[in-house]
Design a protein around this ligand. Structure first.
Ligand SMILES: O=P(O)(O)OC[C@H]1O[C@@H](O)[C@H](O)[C@@H](O)[C@@H]1O
Length: 333
């Protein structure tokens, strides 16, 4: 059942095919991945952007705004935008870089890649700079993104970015998988795994603080870059009795963001009350930009699982959450 999406655009009615290339909102190309037990994911070629991840019951796990604009050049509000080659305004490019509003292509012949376990549905995408891109960021690169859905329904994103500069020049970039998780109610959610860490507070000119709480809870706007984080972070949704587990490799930092009411109202592509149903926890490399010499490649991985909260019952101690891993460490870093 493993398959890459080299299939021609087709009709979504043929349900059994695990990887399907078809049309999404506003006729944009998208790829649908289906896993044998019923979970699924959707990836738009616009942005190389995952817009849906559903569990085996069909429950959506990612937040996408009802007001999201599926139309270039605006990035899609929700899902997993890719921030590259710049996170936020850490540089002279547009906010969060340009990868999230470029149209990627399906990579039908990616270079050797660890073979996914059988029954994994996946698609390989590629982004290369256009002449226009090279005017604003004068570096040649090949960005290969694999989006995969495991037989258990875990969503796995692997980014491989190669410096293909012919002039031998190095380049540096910052990066984030800007994941919007769908939650029952922001007041019922806590994020564990970031305790005692230093963070830069985007709401206070990026001043540096040390996290004092047992876990992050939300009572107002929050916009922080946690530094040097463990490879595992848990988002616990008490009302839904569901825990999202974020595992990351090659991405030392983690951004936590909720816009709260005022900023929600200021965003044209976001509903006034939608901040209650989302939280962003973003695996990132920000404080220390990644530098690639000509010919070098960097890999950044994200693995998302959704498990019943009882899975962690009695072991919400953050150290336990971080150390208890069902994924071998070497498969993620
Ligand atoms: O509106 P954008 O460009 O998608 O950014 C959304 C948010 O993205 C977060 O990653 C930033 O920390 C926030 O400061 C920002 O507001």
């Amino acid at each position: 059942m493993s398959a890459s999406a080299s299939l021609p655009p087709g009709d979504e009615k043929q349900e059994a095919v695990p990887v399907r290339h078809c049309k999404g909102a506003n006729d944009l190309d998208k790829v649908v991945l289906r896993e044998v037990r019923g979970s699924s994911a959707e990836v738009y070629l616009y942005g190389g952007h995952v817009t849906s991840w559903r569990d085996e019951h069909g429950d959506e796990l990612l937040f996408v705004s009802n007001k999201a604009i599926f139309k270039p050049p605006k990035a899609i509000r929700g899902g997993i935008p890719i921030c590259f080659p710049q996170f936020s305004n850490f540089g002279n490019l547009e906010q969060h870089g340009f990868a999230r509003n470029r149209t990627w292509t399906i990579d039908t012949d990616p270079p050797p890649f660890p073979v996914p376990t059988s029954n994994t549905a996946y698609v390989d995408l590629i982004l290369k700079p256009t002449d226009e891109d090279l005017k604003i960021w004068p570096h040649n690169f090949e960005y290969r993104l694999r989006v995969a859905l495991s037989p258990g329904g875990d969503l796995m994103l692997t980014s491989r970015i190669r410096n293909t500069n012919a002039d031998g020049k190095a380049f540096s970039f910052t990066f984030a998988y800007h994941t919007y998780f769908k939650i029952s109610d922001i007041s019922e959610v806590r994020v564990e795994g970031l305790e005692t860490l230093d963070y830069l507070d985007n709401l206070q000119d990026r001043a540096r603080f040390t996290e004092q709480g047992d876990a992050i809870v939300f009572e107002s706007e929050l916009d922080r870059i946690y530094l040097g984080t463990p490879s595992k972070i848990a988002i616990i949704d008490h009302e839904k009795k569901r825990t999202f587990v974020v595992r990351k490799g090659g991405l030392p930092d983690a951004v936590v963001w909720n816009p709260w009411d005022k900023k929600a109202k200021a965003m044209s592509d976001f509903g006034d009350d939608e901040y209650k149903r989302m939280v962003c926890v973003e695996a990132a490399a920000i404080e220390k930009p990644i530098t690639l010499k000509a010919g070098e490649e960097w890999t950044g991985k994200l693995e998302l699982s959704a498990v019943p909260s009882s899975y962690y019952s009695g072991q919400l101690d953050p150290d336990r959450v971080i150390q208890d891993s069902s994924v071998p460490e070497d498969s993620i870093s």
